[in-house]
Design a protein around this ligand. Sequence first.
Ligand SMILES: [Zn+2]
Length: 210
Amino acid sequence: MTITKGVIMLESSASSHVFLIQSDENLLIDTGNPGAFAAIWSELRSLGCDSIAHILLTHHDVDHIGNAQRLQEETGADVWASGEDIPYIVGEKPRPGIKRIIQGILRPTPPRINGSYSGDQPFGDIRVISAPGHTPGHVMFLYRRVLFVGDLFAIKQGELRLFPRFLTWNSQVVLESLALLKTLEFEWLCPAHGHPLQRNDAVERFIRQY
Ligand SMILES: [Zn+2]
C-alpha cells in the first residue's frame, strides 16, 4: 500500500508492519516478525528496490527487529536504534515479562547496530521523535506529514487503541508520549499494528484525550 509518494507499507509483514521510504537512499522502518526475510526481500525487489541504505528501528520488540539481521546481511544496510533500547536488541539486557518468553520462542538473531538516535534529531528528511513508554527508548518518525508511531498505539478498524499493560514498559510514560501528538504536524498515522489512518475526527478525539 502506498501511503504517499515514496512511502510504502509492505504487504509481506502484515502482523507487524515494515515501511519503505524510497528516495536516493532507500530506508526501512522496522523489519517485522522473525522468519519473514524471504518474503520481505522478494517484495522489495518486486518494487524495484534492490538496495537498502538504512534500517530505522522504532523499538526493541522482537516483532520489529525480527529480520533486521538478515536484511542487513543481504543489503549492507546500517541499522539504527535508540540508545535505551540497544541493550535489549543486542542481548545485553533480557526483555521484560512476556517479551522474554516470546524472545525465547522466536530467537531472533540480533543485527549489528551502527548508530543510535540521540534525543529528537533529524535523520536526513526524517524527524526522529523520542516517544518512550512502550519500551524505554521507543521512538516515532515523521516524514512528509506521515507519522510512523511504532507501538505507541495500534489502529484497529479505524479506532486508535493503546496496548495492554503487560506489553508496556511504563504506562505513565506512554501517556506523556501521547501528549506529543498534538504538537506534531501530520496527515497520516502509520502504526506497526493495524491499518494506516488519514487524519479524521477519530484521530482528533484521540489526540484531545492526552
Ligand atoms: Zn509490535
